[in-house]
Ligand binder design. Structure first.
Ligand code: SAM
Ligand code: SF4
Length: 425
């Protein structure tokens, strides 16, 4: 989502006549688009800002430093006093005001802050500067209403707002005309798309509408909250030919006690049930997830439930994180915060277990023929790289002019993170 926000800010700047600079040293303006989902992301921002601050002023360098994204929203005005090198602070729902802010800063000659949140942002048509040419992200909604107790997103990105379906469909049609072959619909919880729309539309209906766009061959979406994974969505994945057989379905924990304390509003049995339904409807469904280890109060037994769930569900891949304390969130007040070493140890166990599962899942593909969207030359010399409908990376020998084509590849080998194959002729 942040990367796509960056594309939108670049789109606004390019519409104002700006062009990309080769490096921060050459730039007139640098925007740091920040994330504060975990402490590590926040620390990365402060060290990068330190590096840029060092650059500023040296040899008369007058670069404008702007901070965007969730840290901008979280810190607001405070960023100016704490970090004097910052000239602009812009919240994630204020992006459409970027050019006005640049002018204001020029006119006033002092730093400007815009974090009030534009109430009409979801109805604005903000240009995006996309460079991939094949795969594009399309935001369908902003914010989140779920208030999981560990998560800062609802506080920083605001309440859930859906973009009008006709704006989304129009954007996808243009992408198809421009030669894009794959789109990924973005939202914190795409399954609940449609709340408060003037023109009613559910997420399965939206999928149906976007897949009609000429030129687009594949439709993906992230992220799905398990509680809102409806039978209608499962049917849409089964029936709509362009909607790929892959879903990111974050479970977070395998222990009911922890899930309740996280305010996820499903039990592990309900989650397993949804996975079963998905696999019954679409047998080769690729399922990935997010796991948080070391949530406050997580006991050794709770953690064992998470390991058991991983063994049972057999995800194709997971993203696992150590619980990180976040400002505003309710989990800060939950008793039983765990020591860093315990979290480290649990994270290592989860990753080790999953490595074997991912390898086994990938090995199942050996001998099968997969439809691959060719993305171009692989980092390995002389090879092409692309993705299956299940979003698995495949390397295979072939000519570079195949970029952008859908080809059939027979899988001949598998590792935990990718597949290797040969073109079927
Ligand atoms: N909306 C999506 C959802 O509910 O799954 C994803 C939101 S978040 C950007 C991505 C992942 O970051 C979450 O699924 C969760 O695993 C992780 N995460 C969020 N807050 C966290 C925290 N305080 N500590 C560790 N991981 C966190
Ligand atoms: Fe955060 Fe939960 Fe919303 Fe995802 S659903 S963004 S984890 S509050």
């Amino acid at each position: 989502m942040n990367e796509h926000d960056s594309e939108r800010m670049a789109g606004i700047l390019e519409s104002q006549g700006f062009v990309p600079a080769a490096s921060a040293e050459d730039a007139e303006m640098v925007i740091l688009n920040t994330c504060s989902i975990r402490d590590k992301a926040e620390q990365k921002f402060y060290s990068e800002l330190g590096r840029l601050a060092h650059l500023k002023g040296r040899g008369g360098n007058k670069v404008t430093i702007a901070v965007a994204g969730c840290i901008a929203q979280q810190e607001g005005e405070k960023l100016l006093s704490r970090t004097p090198s910052v000239d602009m602070v812009i919240g994630p729902s204020d992006i459409a005001r970027l050019s006005a802010m640049i002018e204001k800063k020029r006119d006033l000659g002092r730093p400007v802050v815009e974090t009030g949140g534009d109430p009409e942002y979801h109805r604005r048509l903000v240009p995006a500067s996309r460079t991939d040419g094949l795969k594009a992200w399309v935001s369908i909604m902003y914010g989140c209403d779920n208030f999981c107790t560990y998560c800062v997103v609802p506080y920083l990105r605001g309440r859930e707002r859906s973009r009008p379906p006709r704006d989304i469909v129009a954007e996808v049609r243009v992408l198809g005309e421009q030669g894009y072959r794959e789109i990924t619909l973005l939202g914190q919880n795409v399954n609940s798309y449609g709340k408060g729309l003037q023109e009613p539309c559910t997420f399965p209906e939206l999928l149906r509408r976007v897949q009609d766009a000429d030129g687009i061959e594949r439709v993906r979406f992230v992220t799905s909250h398990p509680r809102d994974l409806s039978d209608a969505l499962i049917d849409a994945i089964r029936d709509l030919t362009k909607v790929c057989e892959s879903i990111h379905l974050p479970v977070q924990s395998g222990a009911d006690r922890v899930l309740a304390s996280m305010n996820r509003r499903y039990t592990s049995a309900e989650y397993r049930d949804k996975v079963q339904k998905l696999r019954k409807a679409v047998p080769d469904m690729v399922i990935t997830t997010d796991i948080i280890v070391g949530f406050p109060g997580e006991t050794a037994d709770d953690f064992a439930c998470t390991l058991r769930l991983l063994q049972e569900v057999e995800y194709d891949n997971i993203f696992a994180f150590k619980y990180s304390k976040r400002t505003h969130t309710k989990a800060l007040g939950i008793p039983g915060h765990l020591a860093e070493e315990v979290k480290e140890e649990r994270l290592a166990q989860v990753l080790e277990l999953q490595k074997g599962i991912s390898l086994r899942k990938n090995e199942h593909h050996i001998g099968s023929v997969q439809e691959v969207l060719v993305e171009g030359a692989s980092k390995k010399g002389g090879m092409l790289t692309g993705r299956t409908r299940g979003n698995k990376s495949v390397n295979f020998p072939g000519p570079v002019h195949l970029r952008g084509s859908l080809v059939n590849v027979r899988i001949i080998a598998a590792g935990p993170n990718s597949l290797s194959g040969e073109l079927c002729v």
